[in-house]
Ligand binder design. Sequence first.
Ligand code: PHE
Length: 444
Amino acid sequence: MDVTREQWSGKLGFILAASGSAVGLGNLWKFPYITWNNEGGAFVLVYLLCIAVIGVPVMMSEILIGRRSKKSPASAFAALGNPRWSFVGWLGVVAGLVILAFYSVIAGWSLRSFVQCVEWSVNGYKAPAPEAFGEFLRDGTAQIALGALFLGATAAIVGRGISGGIERATRVLMPVLFAIMIYLVINVMLLDGFAEALAFLFRPDFSKLTGHSVLEALGHAFFTLSLGMGGMLAYGSYLQKKDDIPRISLTVAALDTLIALVACVIMFGIIFTVPSLRATMEQARATGEGVSSVGMLFVTLPDLFYTKMPGGALVGPLFYVLVAFAALSSTISLLEVVVASVAERVGITRWRATLVATALVFVPSVACALSLGASEGLSTLRLFGGLESLNHIVAGGKTGALSIFDHVAANWLLPLGGLGLTVYAGWVMRREDTAEELFGEAGA
Ligand code: PHE
C-alpha cells in the first residue's frame, strides 16, 4: 500500500477539486451557446437525461478505478492487473492534450473581457460595435498570447503538485462564483425577457430535435462533467477510502448542472430582453455557427452589467476573473492527467513532465488560436479535406482547427474513453472490488 501518496483533506477537498474540474467553460461558455444553436427545450431535456443516465454512472466508474488503483490514468489498469487496458488511460492523455489546446484559447477570452470591463467601470460604458468581438478573434497575436498565458498559469500550478494549489483556490473561488451568479439571476428575473428565457429552456419542442442535437447533448454531458479522459480517475486516486463515491458523484453532477442552467437563464434572459442582441443571435443561428453565438458569454453580459443592474461596475470585472478561475480549475485537471501519466510511466519528475506536456500542447494551441480568422488556411481547415461525408460523420461538418478539436474531443474521444472506463469497472474488474468501492465493505 502506498502510504505516502497525497490525499485530499477529506471529502470536501475532493468535491471542490472535482467540481472545479467540472465547472468551467463547458457550463458558462459552451452550454449556453449550443443550447441556443439547438433551439433550447428539447435539447436541454436530452442533455439532462444524458447527465443522469450516462454521466453519473461513468463518473462513479472513473472515480472508483482511480481510488482502487491509486495510480495515474496510464498506470491504473496495469496496477489492477489488466495492463492491456492501459490504452484507455492513454486515450485520456490524448483527449486531455486536445482539449487543453483549444480550451486555453477560449479561457484567454475571459482575460480580454476582464480588461474591457475594468475600462468601462472606470471610464463609463460604451456599447461595443457588433463586429468588435469578431475583430478580436481575428487578432492572432492576442489569441496566441492570451492562450499561452493561460497555459503558463496552469503549468505553474500543476508542476507544484495536487493539493497545493487546486484545493486552496477552489475553496474560495467556487462559492464566490455561485454567489455572483445568484445575484445575476435575481437581476435577470426583473427583466422583460425572463419568462421567455424560461420557456425557451424548459418547454421542449420536439420538432426542433435532430439526431445531431442528440449527439451534441451526449458529447456535452461528457465534456461538462470532465468524463472519459481520466480526470476524475486521477482525482479519485487521491480520495480516501471512507468517502462515498455514489454520493459524491451525484453532488458534483448536480452542482455542475445547476451552474449550467443558471448560466443559460442569465444569458437568455438578457437576449430576450434586448431586441438588437436577439436579432444578432437569431441571425447567427440561421447562418450556422456565427461569431456572436460562440462569443455569447463575452458579448451579452456587459449589457446586463452596465445598463440593467445596480453594482455592475464592480460585478462586471469580478465576474470575468471568476470565469478565468473556473476555466483554470478545469485546465489544471486536464494537464494533471497528462503530467501524472507521463511522470509515472516515463519515470521523470513532475516538473519535467509538466514542461514536456506544456510544450507538446503549445503547438496545437497556436493552431487553434490562429483558426478564428487570423489564418485563412487554419480557419477553413476541414479534417478530411474534400471528403465531405467523412467530415460530416467524424467532425460534425466543422471547419477550423478550434472547432474540429472541440468536436472530436467531446463527441469521440471522451465518449469512447467513458465507454472503456465503464466497461472496465462493470465487467473486467472483479465484481467484489467494484462493489466494495461503491458501497463499502457491506456491499462486497
Ligand atoms: N468540464 C470542463 C468544463 O465544463 C472541461 C473539461 C473537460 C475538463 C474534460 C476536463 C476534462 O469546462
